[in-house]
Design a protein around this ligand. Sequence first.
Ligand code: PMP
Length: 349
Amino acid sequence: MYNINNLLRENIKKLTPYSSARDEYQGEANVFLDANENAFGSPLAQQFNRYPDPLQYELKKRITEIKGVPPRNIFIGNGSDEAIDILFRSFCNPGVDNVILVPPTYGMYEVSANINDIEARKVLLTEDYQLNLEGIAEAIDERTKLIFICSPNNPTGNSINREDIETLLANFNGIVVVDEAYINFSRQKSFIQELTEYANLVVMQTLSKAWGLAGLRVGMAFASEEIIRVMNKVKPPYNVNESSQQLALEALANVAQVNNWIKETLTQRDRLVLALKEFDFVVDIYPSDANFILVKTTDANGIYDYLVSKGIIVRNRSKVELCEGSLRITVGTPEENTVLLDTLNNFGN
Ligand code: PMP
């Protein structure tokens, strides 16, 4: 049976979190002399002399309007990379516990595991980039705390079968993290709807992709209240800075603009797939639910170097297991995609 108390690190269970000035007094006042800030102001047009809201309440309220998830079920991080690290630090005992990763997938899960001295047990995806449920079941033991599933997956672009993720959620006593960084580009439903169903589910999303805010570093985790409470306890007090909070709030008013970009990205993705298929050096293009495509070629290194020499940078994934010969290409603007295709037309000439 899943029980958060069996998963939490003892030191985290016992932890008294840092209590910031903004935690200890919440509300309006005329004179704030409680946080050792500079009372005179900032040497900027916009003032940043005050610490930001540690729990980002205004931003969460807006995210609640968009996602239908109450603030108590939302964690906001300095990018979703921070949420990944906080999950390790909350649940995994260094040198003792392990997590399951299903490569080829997003590289930070393994890096975060290594930083935290947590064994990463790798169970390769199948040839069609789906979960090997039997392999995962064999890899799980009593010290397995987390399973990371990226859907749509980076770098393969496909979505992971929903029923397989539900099988894990229903049978694994640890936490299943479903990373939906690319969900806005997908035809699949988000797992956010399943939060009420599964207490051991963490869904991660980010403002870095469809929302076009990679530079602000705002990522989200949606989970049960008890998981979110732990994550908030472990995070640095002011993990999302004031300008990021303000700008993210402002950006989240522009849903229509973002939806237009998503549509355009999908149109351009289809265009790229159709055009790339025609090249002799393209062996296969995997179906993508994301804003990038994984393209298997006869000469990944040659094409990569050629594109670099023309000032075009794609991601060379040819050294990654199950991605041999493959380049990952992000969908650009129509003009950028035209430049890419025109340049590829001259490859080998
Ligand atoms: N998850 C996946 C699958 C990603 O591809 C990325 C970024 N490349 C992230 C998370 C990190 O996102 P953020 O910018 O929110 O840290």
